[in-house]
Design a protein around this ligand. Sequence first.
Ligand code: HEM
Length: 143
Amino acid sequence: LSADQASLVKSSWAQVKHSEVDILASIFTANPDIQARFPQFAGKDIDSIKDTGAFATHAGRIVGFFSEIVGLIGDQSNVPALYTLTEQLTASHKARGISTAQFGEFRASLVSYLSNHVSWGENVAAAWNVALDNFFFVLTSNY
Ligand code: HEM
C-alpha cells in the first residue's frame, strides 16, 4: 500500500465510518447467510432490527474494527499491531465456524457500499483493493 493509497483509504473511510448501522444493514440485506450466523438477528426482517440498540451495538463493533485497522495503515511501525488485530479476528470467527467464503461475501458487499457512498473512482477503488488484499491475506492465512 503506497502512502497515497493509504491516505485515499483513510479519507474515503472517513466519509462512511459513522454509518455503522447502514453499513451492517446493507451487508445483511445482500447476504442472508451472513445475517443467519448472528443468533440475535437470524431470520428477522432487517427493517425490524435495524433501529434496535442491539443492532447498533453489533454494527459499532464490526464497523469500529475497520476504523481501528484503517487508523493504523500507512505507518510501517503499526504493521505488528495490524497483524495482531487481524489474527484475533481470524481466531474468533474461525471458532464460530465462519468460512473464508463468507468473509469474501462481506468484502464484496463492503466495497459495493463504499462505491455508492464515498467519492469513488479508479484510484480509490485500487487503493481499497490493495488494502483489502493485504487484510485478507493475513486473515485467511491462518484459516
Ligand atoms: C462478532 C468483526 C465478518 C459473524 C464480531 C465482532 C467483531 C467482528 C469486531 C465482535 C468481537 C468478536 O466477537 O470477535 C468482523 C469483521 C468482519 C466480520 C471486521 C469482516 C471483515 C463476519 C462474517 C460473519 C461474522 C462474514 C458471518 C458470516 C460474526 C458473529 C459474531 C461476530 C456471529 C458474534 C456476534 C454475537 O456476539 O452474537 N465480528 N466480522 N462476522 N461476527 Fe464478525
